[in-house]
Design a protein around this ligand. Structure first.
Ligand SMILES: Cc1cc2nc3c(=O)[nH]c(=O)nc-3n(C[C@H](O)[C@H](O)[C@H](O)COP(=O)(O)OP(=O)(O)OC[C@H]3O[C@@H](n4cnc5c(N)ncnc54)[C@H](O)[C@@H]3O)c2cc1C
Length: 411
């Protein structure tokens, strides 16, 4: 066993969006940071439709020129379809000030760019280094690391940020996991050569299609800038388990059940194996503890329907870095009040909209005819990721406002 030790002010577990943004922001404030990443980049990740709110964090981290240069697909909103009815939100027409556009990204490239930018700004990233154990009992946390060439060593830090996404390293090792309040759902997804020439289709928007018979089943279509698209469906496990056949045949069959989506994808080439993720919604008892905080998906994952994952991941990085910077400078900080509670403002806003989506009331809002422009702008702000803007009544009183709005739309 190699007992080489690694010492850093801050160790970040994982080099996804939350880890890379946190590293860049910490370096800007002069702290020594090391990222330990289990995989080698580029690596596949789901979560390809960004929200405009996350542009502010990419900018703050000094990574905008590199991401802009990559030529990702421009995105200005979200389009919805349900049984012949259409709804669309243009993020540029929103209540909250700030970015109104963003991108649809292949995450292998996007995440690699963010990680490379973090490295250029002075954070070493050790790829193929997996955290296998964590000891927070002493004055400084100690992590056990196993490299993919079989070495093992201990890494010590003043503080650990867990940005391990669905790896959920500290929630597992410190027994922080709690069941999600959302029922188990399954997603089947792939990338296709889309060959879309449908006149009604807008490549600048994610297309969310509600299944014509099952309103809790929905599909995403996320076009990329290279003529390819990400395509996926979210279903209840029983509905999927009742179908036989290979995953690709099942996904194709599900797409064929919606006439509009089948028409849009009439010429698509299905050239990539279909993947499955099951039971992805997760929760934790606490977002922070002695010498650690959980970022992004390592903390909580709600649901993919509003593409909020990367935005929440980057917001968590930005909030955590502000508190950690003050702590490392010797100030007394309150992680619960200064990190967990502010983060949950936006997470809880999204939670209200996710619940209302599956319960059907938010779908009534999305497909309402002639909605008020002012209300649409407020809802658009949330769909654009501005879920922390408490000046927006659809954030500050999300449940009550949304309930009333759904009633008006149904009348
Ligand atoms: C079906 C589905 C669709 C989605 N669609 C969207 C979408 O359209 N838009 C959106 O914004 N979000 C979407 N998401 C959510 C999105 O995937 C995540 O929220 C986002 O990737 C979280 O980023 P992160 O930085 O927290 O973690 P990740 O991007 O997952 O990065 C975590 C990193 O940690 C590393 N790691 C894991 N374990 C260890 C370990 N033991 N040691 C060291 N490193 C480790 C991993 O290798 C990985 O590179 C979707 C999720 C699902 C399930």
């Amino acid at each position: 066993m190699n007992t080489a030790e690694l010492d850093s002010d801050v160790i970040i577990i994982g080099a996804g969006p939350s880890g890379a943004i946190a590293a860049a922001l910490l370096r800007q404030k002069g702290h020594q940071v090391t990222i330990l990443e289990k995989q080698h980049f580029p690596r596949f990740s789901i979560g390809e439709s960004l929200l405009p709110q996350c542009m502010a964090f990419i900018e703050e981290a000094g990574m905008m020129p590199a991401v802009e240069a990559a030529g990702f697909q421009y995105k200005n909103g979200a389009a919805f379809h349900y049984d012949g009815r259409n709804g669309a939100f243009d993020f540029r027409e929103k209540f909250t000030p700030g970015w109104g556009t963003t991108w649809q990204v292949q995450r292998d490239r996007f995440d690699q760019i963010l990680a490379q930018e973090a490295e250029k700004q002075g954070t070493p990233i050790h790829y193929g280094h997996e955290i296998t154990a964590a000891d927070f009992s002493g004055e400084q946390p100690v992590l056990s690391v196993r490299t993919d060439d079989g070495r093992q060593y201990q890494a010590r830090a003043r503080y650990v940020l867990d940005a391990s996404g669905f790896g959920r390293v500290l929630p597992r090792l410190l027994d922080l996991e709690t069941p999600s309040e959302f029922p188990v759902r399954v997603s089947l997804f792939t990338h296709i050569e889309d060959r879309i020439d449908h006149p009604g289709h807008d490549r600048n928007k994610i297309l969310i299609t509600v299944h014509p018979e099952h309103r809790d089943v929905w599909y995403w279509l996320i076009p990329f800038s290279n003529g390819r698209s990400s395509l996926g469906v979210v279903v209840r496990p029983d509905m999927l388990d009742a179908r036989s056949g290979e995953p690709m045949a099942v996904l194709q069959q599900m797409v064929s059940e919606d006439p509009n989506l089948s028409e849009v994808l009439a010429n698509a080439q299905w050239d990539t194996p279909v993947r499955e993720i099951r039971g992805y919604s997760r929760n934790v008892r606490q977002l922070c503890g002695k010498n650690y905080a959980l970022l992004g998906n390592a903390a909580e994952f709600l649901d993919p329907v509003f593409s909020s994952g990367v935005t929440i991941a980057m917001k968590s990085a930005s909030l955590a870095v502000d508190v950690l910077d003050r702590q490392l400078r010797g100030e007394t900080v309150d992680w619960q009040a200064d990190y967990a509670e502010p983060l949950m403002v936006g997470v809880d806003t999204f939670r209200t909209y996710v619940n209302a989506w599956y319960e059907g009331s938010f779908q009534d809002v999305v497909f309402a005819e002639n909605p008020s422009e002012q209300i649409k702008a407020m809802v658009s702000s949330i769909l654009a990721g501005y879920a922390w803007d408490t000046d927006n009544p659809y954030v500050s009183e999300s449940e009550r406002r949304l309930g009333t709005l759904a009633e008006i739309c149904r009348a």
